[in-house]
Design a protein around this ligand. Structure first.
Ligand code: G3P
Length: 220
């Protein structure tokens, strides 16, 4: 039985802790911008996140040459057993992904904006592919169409690479990711909290409690 996994797209440990405490955190994706926002040493942040979340935690390489990516990948993987190396979808990155796959190091290929890019990542042996749906929506294309095409292509050839719906901005992206059958959706903390919201839930609860209290009932 498979289920859609929820990853948080942040390097903020307080946010990560809150979702982990609810028992709903399956993994974390960070990127260089998230890491920069913390104002803390990268290793310290990644290690702390890995202590909170036992699922995959993506830490991105910042080199743009294969040798540099490999060196950074081997370093970040030594910080915790659940670290996944995030590699940008450029030729040097795809070359690194192939080598890392042979070494048994898990990769999350990021900045994916086309089905053929996703095909390259899968052929190289990427563990995860991250299509950026929100950024495609930003330029007036339908980001989720890309997810659907990648899912079809991976299904056609039985690739094991898991699809992370990335750059998800809110409940609508999460809903569509689940309807599409994507493996994972990674979202900011703010988007996660919005999944709970429905005005009828709030109004309904208020009324139930008002009726209960007016009757002076008790459970404990
Ligand atoms: O996981 C991708 C994410 O880090 C980028 O999200 O909202 O900056 O497009 P966003």
């Amino acid at each position: 039985m498979s289920f859609v996994k929820f990853f948080l797209d942040t390097a903020n440990v307080e946010e990560i802790r809150k979702v982990a405490e609810m028992g709903l955190l399956d993994g974390v994706t960070t990127n260089p911008s998230h890491a920069a926002k913390t104002g803390r040493p990268f290793k310290e942040v990644v290690t702390e996140i890995c202590g909170i979340c036992s699922g995959p935690v993506s830490a991105e390489s910042i080199s743009t040459d294969t040798e540099g990516m490999l060196a950074e990948a081997r370093e970040v993987c030594s910080w915790a057993p659940n670290v996944v190396v995030k590699i940008p979808l450029i030729p040097e990155g795809i070359k690194a992904v192939r080598i890392l796959a042979e070494e048994g190091i898990k990769t999350n290929v990021t900045l994916c904006f086309s089905p053929t890019q996703a095909l390259l990542a899968a052929k190289a042996g990427a563990t995860y592919i991250s299509p950026f749906v929100g950024r495609l929506d930003d330029i007036s294309t339908t980001g989720m169409d890309l997810v659907r095409e990648i899912a079809q292509i991976y299904d056609n050839y039985a690739y094991d690479t898991e699809i992370i719906v990335a750059s998800a901005r809110g409940p609508q992206h999460v809903r569509e990711a689940a309807l599409t059958g994507a493996d994972i959706v990674t979202m900011p903390y703010d988007a996660f909290t919005k999944l709970f919201n429905h005005p009828l839930t709030e109004v309904g609860l208020e009324k139930f409690l008002a009726d209960w209290n007016a009757a002076g009932l008790q459970i404990l």
